[in-house]
Design a protein around this ligand. Sequence first.
Ligand SMILES: C[S@@+](CC[C@H](N)C(=O)[O-])C[C@H]1O[C@@H](n2cnc3c(N)ncnc32)[C@H](O)[C@@H]1O
Length: 254
Amino acid sequence: MSWNPEQYLKFSDHRLRPAVDLLNRIDVAEPRLIYDLGCGAGNVTRLLRARWPKARIIGVDSSSAMLGKARGASSDIEWVQADLADWVAEAPADVIFSNAALHWLDGHAALFPALLGNLAAGGALAVQMPRNHGAPSHTGMMEAACSGPWQGLLQSRLREHPVAAPEFYWDVLAAAGVRPDIWETEYIHALEGVDAVVQWTLGTALRPLLDALDEPWRSAFLADYARRMAEAYPRRGDGVTLFPFRRLFVVARR
Ligand SMILES: C[S@@+](CC[C@H](N)C(=O)[O-])C[C@H]1O[C@@H](n2cnc3c(N)ncnc32)[C@H](O)[C@@H]1O
């Protein structure tokens, strides 16, 4: 899947807020080794650096485009290109942080205990994932994907429920011997500009679908999706589009 840091960072102020909310719930005083999994362009990793100036911080991501942007902005953080599906820490970590990334991976029942297993005693796993896949921004994507001649090309790339219910993460982590702190927040993002929700998903969930299409289907699929978004999220008289977005947070101490 191709990532475009410029498109993703168009809404960096909105996307940063849940990362800050997650960071504020990590109660580890002086971590020595911190990982940021799915670090992307590194703008959240830099918040980790600001909070813990003395720690060794490693950002891990599979996208060379995202890591290229990250490397250009920070030299006091190590950047590693790797797939999180089989990632293992170099040494037991004091903090494993992941903002808006793990919903791209399957198999959370095995993934979360495996991440816990990469923590040092007393370390914290802190994860935020979008859980709005039942919202029109995503159901509209499914509907548009299944309503045209492109259906066969897109079907295998649709991920209907990549993030489970909070109870699932409680059970998985409790079975691994910890009692996590779990909460959800629905942010009401006030987006500026034309086709704001399409611009938002162009930086994330739409990417694997658009990657699969050539012209003229690419533009036709996008126009179908944009029409659905204009109906579901009308731009208000003041020019703002209100975009409710639910996110799931999990913090677990080993
Ligand atoms: C939505 S961005 C989030 C970036 C950053 N954490 C932030 O909050 O701004 C998701 C990132 O996860 C990365 N990612 C997705 N699947 C991955 C995988 N299997 N292995 C490594 N990185 C992955 C993508 O390359 C992308 O940079």
